[in-house]
Ligand binder design. Sequence first.
Ligand code: B12
Length: 224
Amino acid sequence: MRGLTESIAAALARDGLILRGSFNFADGEEATFGLSGAKSVLLVGQAGAAPWPHFLRWREIQPLAIADPLDTWARQVIGAVADEFGARAVSPSDRPYLPFQQWAMRAEGLRPSPLGILMHPQYGLWHAYRGALLFEDEISVQSAEAAIHLCDACVGKPCMKSCPVDAYSPKGFAYQSCLAHVRGPNGEPCRNGGCLDRNACPYGTAYRYPAEVQAFHMAAFAGL
Ligand code: B12
């Protein structure tokens, strides 16, 4: 018989989504996030742009004006899986923000790249989190070992050298400089093909999002 996580993974795969590791809250930790009752967390996300065709098919039958369509789609499909398996779903866009990256570091043993995006040993920078399934019963989870952190071996750090306005630096992400450039007259390459620094990363290139997908995310980020 298939185990719970295998059955959930199969349900998520219908929409191009995958399980991204799991962990159990320490006693009382869930309450600090306003998630009383939750014991186990299963992260849900994507490798590469696998959900994109599923999202597009859904988008075609939605009203033209719909706020945050990708978030809305993810909430619907992950919410349906939560209902099917007796879980509660939360989203990375829920307010106040839940610490999805910290959860992912815990669940998958990842560390941040110099860009802030977590570096995955297989997917590089081309992955994301779309939700989490919370269970009231403790699910037996395998504790994550530290993943190989590819940035440690990357000498040239092209991700720190490709942005025309040096938005990423050891001081963090200069979000306003990035926005001004992306929206401005010289921002067309970023608008059409995504963040130049992210695209300069040599790892996980087989999972790189197509230009169309990157343009969609950039438009959402820059409010275009
Ligand atoms: C707010 C936010 C932003 C803000 C950051 C403002 C700021 N300086 O705080 C802005 C709008 C700038 C932003 C941009 C992007 N973001 Co963002 N963002 C978030 C969001 C919704 C909340 C972050 C937060 O405050 N969490 C609460 C704290 C307590 O949790 P945390 O785990 O400790 O948070 C970590 C992050 O905040 C991180 N961080 C701080 N500043 C920045 C800046 C960037 C660019 C990133 C990636 C992370 C990051 O450091 C914290 C410690 O680990 C998260 C989803 C989530 N719920 O976490 C996505 C998230 C961090 N973003 C993500 C991504 C991919 C991006 C982009 C790179 C791409 C995009 N979405 O278009 C862009 C960058 C634009 C570009 N040049 O391409 C992904 C990262 C996935 C991964 N593989 O690691 C997340 C997890 C969303 C997701 N659905 O997967 N983001």
